[in-house]
Design a protein around this ligand. Structure first.
Ligand SMILES: [Fe+2]
Ligand SMILES: [Fe+2]
Length: 395
């Protein structure tokens, strides 16, 4: 590894790790891999899982701040940036060949994973009244957990996972769309998506894709405008991805999917309550603000509905909180202990919706405001390019 480049990165990373750790009760290897990832070379944890050097529990253990283990993780992340993914993968493979794949460490046995999903949280009364009886909305298919479990094990053969996903054509279709949008290149087979994205990344795309597959297209009588909906959602998703890459913080796939489905509640209403969706559209056209119209027509808002559905489907907390908080103003959002990805999505949704000031949202984006016009321009182009893909099966 070229030592000069490495020592430059070392001093920069030290500052970033200290800043990142302030106010956090714990920092894990997964946090560091996200913090010190580089768009070109990717993330160390993804490579380490893929090649059997680590197991998921290792990445979630809290690390002593600037202790020895943290030092190893940081050095490995920086080495990846200098060497690149291919050389690092070779090095990891060599290590595993010599020393064997990772095993769970000695010590207290980890708590056994519950056999089924955790018991569902009760729905807020207004959501329950509105949609509680809708069969199929609140229960993810058993195959979702099965596929997710297969993707968690790096050694699962690609054909086995691909076969399982292909048994559910709507899910396969949505997953291919998500993978194509995320990678900026059209993927026509699940196997190709698995190989291109890697298991950990595809696992992060899986849950939201499954929700979209289950929902399908809103009927014409809902007066739903799919182009307007997906233009806004794609713009938010692409901008969130660009920001996560530029700021090198958080999970890229989660930023993207949180942006893509932050308005999930609107899709749910249009698909399942078409008459009310039409009434909302008419109220808005008549000048009633959207949130007041929703309160009158639904008794709740699309943010709450989307968050409830995302929560029941076991989507990442960042995605659930992005759905719940994306209409919060900066002062309210500041009080919420929500994942970074959710705050970024709330900022971007607001900026694209009502022209609020970038300066108000700068702290949430963790990028200088001067970078934002370029990101917005690029995201707008990407959203325009990817809109035809969203005109496919789901809307
Ligand atoms: Fe919204
Ligand atoms: Fe939005």
């Amino acid at each position: 590894v070229p030592q000069e480049r490495l020592s430059q990165l070392r001093s920069l990373s030290d500052v970033r790790i200290r800043a990142f750790s302030v106010g956090r009760p714990r920092v894990t290897a997964a946090d560091l891999c996200a913090l010190l990832s580089d768009p070109k070379s990717g993330r160390l944890d993804a490579l380490a899982l893929e090649h059997g050097l680590l197991l998921p529990p290792h990445l979630e253990e809290p690390l002593e701040l600037l202790g020895e283990t943290m030092g190893f993780v940081v050095e490995a992340c920086l080495a990846l940036q200098v060497m690149g993914a291919a050389a690092t993968a070779e090095s990891l493979k060599g290590f595993v060949r010599k020393r064997g794949p990772a095993e769970r460490r000695d010590g207290p046995a980890p708590a056994p994973r519950p056999a089924g999903p955790p018991p569902p949280q009760p729905l807020p009364p207004a959501v329950d009244r509105l949609l509680g009886a809708t069969r199929g909305l609140w229960t993810p298919p058993a195959s979702l957990r099965k596929i997710s479990d297969l993707l968690e094990v790096a050694a699962t053969p690609v054909d086995r996972v691909a076969g399982e996903i292909d048994r559910d054509p709507p899910l396969a279709g949505e997953l291919l769309k998500a993978a194509s949008l995320f990678n900026g290149t059209k993927m026509s087979t699940v196997k190709r998506a698995l190989v291109t994205c890697g298991y950990p990344a595809l696992r992060r795309l899986l849950g939201p894709a499954a929700v979209l597959a289950r929902l399908g297209s809103p009927p014409p009588e809902s007066a739903f405008d799919p182009d307007a909906f997906w233009s806004h959602s794609l713009l938010t998703a692409h901008a969130a991805l660009l920001i996560s890459r530029a700021a090198k913080l958080g999970e890229h796939e989660t930023h993207f999917m949180a942006g893509l489905i932050h308005d999930l509640g609107r899709l749910v209403v249009a698909r399942l309550l078409p008459a009310r969706s039409k009434a909302l559209r008419e109220a808005e056209a008549g000048g009633t603000p959207r949130d007041a119209a929703e309160k009158a027509t639904l008794g709740t808002g699309h943010a709450e509905i989307g968050a409830c559905v995302a929560g029941r489907w076991g989507l990442a907390p960042a995605i659930v909180e992005a759905a719940r908080h994306h209409h919060d103003d900066p002062a309210t959002l500041e009080q919420q202990p929500i994942p970074r990805e959710a705050a970024v999505v709330a900022a971007l949704c607001s900026l694209s919706r009502d022209g609020s000031r970038i300066a108000d949202w700068e702290p949430f984006l963790r990028l200088p405001a001067s970078r934002f016009p370029e990101i917005r321009l690029q995201a707008t182009r990407l959203a325009e390019d990817s809109l035809p893909l969203m005109r496919g099966s789901s809307t």
